[in-house]
Design a protein around this ligand. Structure first.
Ligand SMILES: *Cc1c(COP(=O)(O)O)cnc(C)c1O
Length: 211
């Protein structure tokens, strides 16, 4: 199946309230432009250095919305705030404080997902559930951020049942905290994530092919 057919099929299958983020890291600006011509507006990148020239090549498409999904280094915060509308990967209070301060300086209000780590996973960042709850009062007092939800990535070795348990747990936390959005589900598990209440799925290889 061509990428376009795949895109249309996935897009048509999404329940109301589920948005598709096309993760274009490792793919060219032509690929982004191609998908944009079929109506895709939300694109995700995980490295600022890669995203900036790509965004520049797509400057004429001013309706695109850019989502930062990668590990965010402190020294990249200002660049990300200037060039992205959403950040899915905020994994500490200190990082969030820095985002709040710099957003204020830049006169921006980025939409923020806090990344939550619901299972032991040395390869992933994210708030532990307990730390998130303990820091909650501090977090919601911060200005110039629009805290919209939680993002999670399951460890790779889970069974389907274990993954769904994890996704449900993320959804329950979103509800418990009074947030709106749940960014979960990638190329290999997006259907499970939707069953469990994802509002944003993040697809890379399924839409663009292997990197
Ligand atoms: C790369 C990436 C994706 C997309 O992954 P695929 O498996 O290619 O769909 C989604 N989320 C994050 C955070 C990523 O880094």
């Amino acid at each position: 199946m061509t990428c376009l057919n795949k895109f249309k099929k996935i897009k048509d299958s999404l329940p109301l309230g589920v948005s598709l983020l096309a993760v274009s890291k490792g793919h060219t600006h032509e690929s982004v432009r191609n998908l944009a011509s079929y109506g895709q507006l939300d694109f995700g990148e995980s490295r600022l250095q890669e995203a900036l020239p790509k965004k520049n090549d797509l400057n004429d498409l001013d309706q695109l919305r850019w989502h930062f999904v990668g590990k965010l280094q402190k020294n990249k915060v200002r660049g990300v705030i200037k060039d992205f509308d959403f950040i899915h990967s905020v994994d500490s209070v200190s990082l969030l404080e820095r985002i709040s301060r710099i957003s204020n300086e830049e006169n921006k209000v980025p939409k923020i997902f806090l990344q939550i780590k619901l299972r032991e996973d040395p390869s992933k960042g994210g708030f532990l559930k307990e730390d998130l709850l303990n820091s909650w009062a501090k977090i919601i007092a911060l200005e110039n951020i629009d805290l919209i939800g939680l993002m999670t990535i399951p460890p790779i070795d889970l069974s389907s049942k274990q993954r769904k348990d994890l996704f449900f747990e993320c959804k329950n936390m979103v509800n418990h905290l009074g947030l709106k959005d749940c960014s979960m589900g990638m190329s290999n598990d997006w259907e499970e994530a939707i069953e469990c209440g994802a509002t944003w799925i993040r697809l890379g290889s399924l839409l663009f092919g292997k990197r």
